[in-house]
Design a protein around this ligand. Structure first.
Ligand code: NDP
Length: 291
């Protein structure tokens, strides 16, 4: 059994980007610049945005954090987005989700210039990705594809069951893995909350991508011997014995499933760290595509 080490792979990708950035600097070129918009002060969002900004600094990108009040109106936020769209010093920007309830997320995401949409959530990018054109691929599925490719996990002709059909994980990874090319060429089944007899499906799978957000849902009896397991789930589960009062759990019962798996991602340290690395990769692409 091989553990797909997302922490190590993400570090390697960051080192590769860092080298490209220092070469850019050496040629006297402008380095990539990423901005992050954070509305309000939700603890988890602050942590995520903080680590994105820190990662930018580590690899030599310029970064800007734009913090806005929780009660900002939708119109005022749209104006901020327009400013960022028109800011020529910026290569890309992200709007940290979730947004406060009074703001229509879809309206905000649609307002982002697709050429600066390094999260890859704009329909223009999603459509381009689905049509095999150059696009910003959403960071989490992009990270999964990188892990599969770099660890040379066989995918061609394999049956992959993706559990979850969200727009940011399940749907895009199902498209990417069915496309031609590295980490692709799989035969993909997409399962969701209406799927019947899920265990029957997962037992037939060579590759299982779990992206539903229910801790330790995938158990050993749902998995065939030698399967590859990708665990996207991140759920905080209360645990008083831990200093933080919680532990992070994935969607896979790792201890029992890993005994049957040929490749498996851990949580934490699997798909999670890859997500930030791929956001940086998209920002580098945004910088390169502007030339
Ligand atoms: P969503 O809640 O948007 O989607 C969950 C999906 O799981 C839905 O399609 C839902 O079906 C399906 N589902 C729910 N219950 C079941 C069930 N019992 N059986 C089969 N399918 C079910 O979640 P996300 O895709 O945004 O996130 C999934 C998980 O991944 C979460 O834990 C999240 O925190 C994590 N995540 C991790 C990231 C990382 O960087 N590692 C990044 C993004 C997310 P239906 O469509 O029918 O409702």
């Amino acid at each position: 059994m091989i553990v797909l080490d997302g922490k190590k792979t993400a570090q390697e990708i960051k080192e590769e980007i860092k080298l490209k950035v220092s070469a850019m600097k050496g040629r006297g070129e402008r380095v990539p610049h990423l901005a992050a918009v954070l509305v309000g002060s939700d603890g988890a969002s602050l942590t995520y945005v903080g680590s994105k900004v820190r990662s930018c600094e580590q690899i030599g990108f310029e970064s800007t954090l734009i913090r806005l009040e929780e009660d900002i109106t939708e119109e005022a936020l749209l104006q901020e987005i327009m400013k960022l769209n028109n800011d020529h010093t910026l290569d890309g920007f992200i709007v940290q989700l979730p947004l406060p309830k009074h703001i229509n997320e879809e309206r905000i995401l649609l307002a982002i210039d697709p050429q600066k949409d390094v999260d890859g959530f704009h329909p223009a990018n999603f459509g381009r990705m689905a049509l095999d054109l150059d696009a910003f691929t959403p960071a989490t599925p992009f990270g999964i594809m990188q892990l599969l490719e770099r660890y040379k996990v066989p995918t061609s002709g394999k049956h992959c069951v993706v559990v979850g059909r969200s727009h940011i994980v399940g749907r895009p990874i199902s498209i990417l893995m069915s496309q031609k090319g590295p980490a692709g060429d799989a035969t993909v089944t997409v399962a969701h909350s209406r799927t019947q007899n899920l265990a029957e499906l997962t037992r037939q799978a060579d590759i299982i991508v779990m992206a539903l957000g229910i801790p330790e849902y995938l158990t050993a009896n749902m998995v065939k011997e030698g399967a590859t397991i990708i665990d996207v789930g991140i759920t905080r589960v209360a645990d008083e014995s831990h200093p933080k009062g919680y532990v992070i759990k994935g969607d896979v019962a790792f201890d029992e499933v890993s005994k049957k798996a040929s490749f498996i991602t851990p949580v934490p340290g699997g798909v999670g760290p890859m997500t930030i690395a791929m956001l940086l990769q998209n920002t580098l692409l945004a910088r390169e595509w502007r030339d």
